[in-house]
Design a protein around this ligand. Structure first.
Ligand SMILES: [Zn+2]
Length: 348
C-alpha cells in the first residue's frame, strides 16, 4: 500500500495514465453573441437541465478585433480558428498583408483528423467561414467555394435558396464539383451516406433552428459522422439565433435559441463523458445587445438592453475534458485559438 504522501506525489508528477494531456477530439460550441447576461439567462431558463453549468472549468476572454474595440463574428471567429486577430469583417487573413492565416481546421485536416462545421445559419456565414476561408470581407463572393476545398468531412447549415439562380449552379452541382454529397431535405438527412457531406436546408429563419433538424440533432449527426477517424476530429457547432435574437432585443427568441444551444452542448458532453479523449469548449464570440439583468418592482428578473449591436464585454468560456484546465483563466480570444492550434499540431 502506498502512503497518502506518495500517492499525492504521484498525482502531482505523473500524468494520469488514462487521461491524455492533449485531446484527440475537440468540440467547440459557439453561442453567437452570448456574453455573461445571455449565459445567466440560459441558466435561469434551463434550471436543473442547464448542461453548460455542469462543465468544470470556466474562464473569460476579451474580444476586440485588430482594428476595432468591438468585434464582428468574422474577426472573432478568426481568433478561435487561427490564434490571431484580424480586421472587422475579415476572415482568417493577416490584418496588414491580407495573407491567409492557417486555421485549426486546415491544420487538423493536414494531420489526418476529420473535421466538421455546423451552424443554424447559412453554412458559409462568418463563424464557420473563418475556419475554412480567407477574405478581406465576410460576404465576398467565393467564400463558400473556398470552404469546400479542404477535405472537411461535414459542412452543415441552411442557405439552399441562394443556389440554382442568377448563374449560380444548383446545390447538387455545387456539391458534386467538390466531391460532396448534397443534403437539403429531412429525408436525405435521415438516409445520409458518404465520406463528405454538405447540408444546406431551405430554412432562412436565423432566429430558430433549421426547421428540418434541431441543432442538437445536427451535433449528434456530426459526432456520429466524425467519431471513427483514428486520428480524432475537430468539430465546430454554432448557434446563430442567440446573436440575431440579441440584435433584435427579442427575449422569447433568445430563450428559444439558448435552450436549443444548451441541448446541443448536452449532446457533446454525453459523447465526451463516455470517453477520456474529447475536449468540449463552450463560449460566445462576443456579446450582443449590451444585455443586463436587474429586477422589477415585484422582484422578478428584468432584462434591459443598451444597444441593438455588439458590445466589447468579456465573454465566458466553459471547458470539459483533456486540456480543459488551460482555459480556466482570464485570457484574450486569440489565446483560445493558440491553444486549439497546439492541440492539433501533432498527430495523435
Ligand atoms: Zn451579430
Amino acid at each position: 500500500m502506498i502512503s497518502i504522501f506518495t500517492a499525492a506525489l504521484l498525482l502531482a508528477t505523473a500524468p494520469a495514465a488514462t487521461t491524455p494531456a492533449t485531446p484527440k477530439n475537440i468540440i467547440l460550441l459557439v453561442s453567437d453573441g452570448s456574453g455573461p447576461a445571455q449565459f445567466t439567462t440560459a441558466a435561469q431558463i434551463r434550471g436543473d437541465q442547464f448542461r453548460i453549468g455542469r462543465m468544470p472549468v470556466i474562464g473569460l476572454h476579451t474580444t476586440p478585433c485588430a482594428d476595432r474595440a468591438v468585434t464582428d463574428s468574422a474577426a472573432a471567429a478568426t481568433t478561435f480558428a487561427t490564434g490571431f486577430k484580424t480586421n472587422y469583417e475579415w476572415l482568417s487573413a493577416d490584418p496588414k498583408t491580407a495573407e491567409p492565416l492557417e486555421t485549426v481546421v486546415e491544420r487538423a485536416e493536414k494531420t489526418g483528423k476529420a473535421t466538421g462545421l455546423v451552424t443554424t445559419s447559412y453554412f458559409w456565414d462568418a463563424t464557420p467561414a473563418a475556419f475554412a476561408a480567407h477574405a478581406k470581407y465576410r460576404r465576398e463572393p467565393g467564400v463558400r467555394e473556398q470552404m469546400m476545398q479542404h477535405g472537411i468531412e461535414l459542412i452543415a447549415g441552411t442557405g439552399l435558396a441562394t443556389f440554382g439562380k442568377d448563374g449560380v449552379p444548383s446545390f447538387e452541382e455545387f456539391a458534386k464539383t467538390y466531391g460532396y454529397t448534397a443534403i437539403s431535405t429531412r429525408e436525405q438527412f435521415d438516409a445520409a451516406k458518404g465520406d463528405r457531406l454538405v447540408i444546406s436546408f431551405p430554412s432562412q429563419d436565423l432566429d430558430a433552428d433549421p426547421k428540418e433538424a434541431r441543432l442538437a440533432e445536427l451535433a449528434q449527426f456530426a459526432i456520429d459522422h466524425l467519431k471513427d477517424d483514428p486520428d480524432g476530429f475537430f468539430l465546430l457547432v454554432e448557434h446563430e439565433g442567440t446573436d440575431s435574437a440579441s440584435h433584435q432585443n427579442n427575449q422569447p427568441a433568445l430563450r428559444a435559441a439558448l435552450t436549443s444551444f444548451d441541448e446541443a452542448v448536452g449532446v457533446a458532453l454525453d459523447f465526451a463523458s463516455k470517453r477520456n479523449d474529447t475536449l468540449v469548449l463552450v463560449t460566445g464570440d462576443h456579446e450582443t445587445g449590451g444585455m443586463r439583468i436587474s429586477e422589477t418592482a415585484s422582484r422578478r428578473f428584468r432584462v434591459e438592453y443598451s444597444t441593438t449591436d455588439h458590445t466589447g464585454t468579456v465573454v465566458p468560456i466553459f471547458a470539459y475534458g483533456p486540456g480543459s484546465a488551460q482555459f480556466g483563466v482570464f485570457q484574450d480570444n486569440t489565446d483560445i485559438g493558440k491553444k486549439l492550434m497546439s492541440f492539433v499540431s501533432t498527430k495523435k
